[in-house]
Design a protein around this ligand. Structure first.
Ligand code: SF4
Length: 321
């Protein structure tokens, strides 16, 4: 039986805009659990709170309320020293690999940095480990003595991945890791992430604005809108039975012949995602929803399970009373 790796319980993160100026409700009451070996996709438009959620999970920022448990340990209850040790288990891959790599440092030093910070090995050990990591991500050994600007976008993302796996983490959170890359390079990096998952028994939280990118990588998908989870279920089920109107709109935006064959009309969402300082009352999606009803404007929908307890399909929408 798979054991629980991560439990996210009622996480809320509000950013204050200054005294009397209100708050940005970036994440509101988000809960989910994941098991060792799982890959979960967190999907939604930019501004839906998915990157903030990732940073709260990693304790890069502190939650306004709620708890994060890693392997049964409440991260908020840890001393700074214990948290630093726990952090080895969780690493992040960023969208902008170039910005996340120190341009003045050679690649060998960048990849070895987590080992230095955590006091792992001596200089020779770390050099060996850097070589091993470069090989794992498909780069030549001589990359270690070069600088970030000498590499292409895809290669820089490989360097970011090598640094993220240096400490043999259990959980890697990848925040839009391929969205800045050309399509042909995207699939190479995604394939690398899949290979590393098998080889190192990694679990991923894969954040993306694009459902097509997460489809082949993730076992389960969480769809977020304006800081809240609106739908979550297994990937296959989500693609076969999308239920929340927002999920349907995201899916219909994917240009796929099989989607068209099922006769699903393309849904174009009108307008931008509303300002998270002042989210709409009732269902937060009501200002853009093609199925909006009067109740949606006043009453927050409760979360309903559309499937069995073994494979829940949770959706928050008044279409499912
Ligand atoms: Fe649309 Fe209403 Fe469902 Fe919200 S609750 S997604 S507005 S139908």
């Amino acid at each position: 039986m798979k054991t629980e790796l991560l439990r996210v319980e009622n996480i809320t993160k509000h950013f204050s805009l200054g005294r009397g100026k209100g708050v940005v409700r970036a994440v509101d009451d988000v809960s989910f659990t994941m098991h060792h070996g799982e890959t979960i996709g967190v999907v939604g438009e930019s501004g839906c709170g998915k990157s903030t959620l990732a940073r709260v999970i990693l304790r890069l920022i502190t939650a306004t309320s709620g708890k994060v448990w890693l392997d049964g340990v409440d991260l908020a209850g840890l001393t700074p020293k214990s948290l630093r040790i726990r952090r080895q288990q969780m690493q992040m891959i960023f969208q902008d690999a170039y910005a996340s790599l120190d341009s003045r440092q050679k690649i060998g030093r960048i990849i070895a940095e987590p080992l230095v910070v955590h006091g792992i090995g001596n200089k020779a050990d770390r050099r060996r480990r850097v070589n091993e990591l470069l090989e794992m991500v498909g780069l030549e050994r001589d990359a270690a003595s070069r600088y970030p600007h000498e590499f292409s976008g895809g290669q820089r993302q490989r360097i970011g991945i090598a640094r993220a796996i240096a400490l043999e983490p259990d959980l890697v959170i990848a925040d839009e890791p391929v969205s800045a890359l050309d399509v042909s390079i995207q699939s190479q990096v995604l394939n690398l992430l899949v290979r590393l998952r098998e080889k190192l028994s990694l679990s991923y939280i894969f954040i993306s604005h694009d459902l097509a990118v997460v489809e082949h990588l993730c076992t389960r998908i969480i769809v977020m809108y304006l800081g809240q989870i609106v739908e979550t279920t297994d990937t296959d089920r989500l693609f076969q039975h999308p239920s929340h109107p927002y999920t349907k709109a995201l899916l219909s935006a994917i240009p796929r012949p099989d989607v068209n064959r099922r006769g699903q009309a393309r849904t174009i969402l009108k307008g931008d995602i509303p300002n998270p300082e002042n989210p709409p009352a009732g269902c937060r999606f009501h200002t853009r929803c093609p199925s909006v009803m009067p109740i949606c404007k006043t009453t927050i929908p409760t979360r309903i399970n559309l499937n069995g307890l073994d494979a829940p399909h949770l959706v928050s929408c008044h279409l499912y009373p």
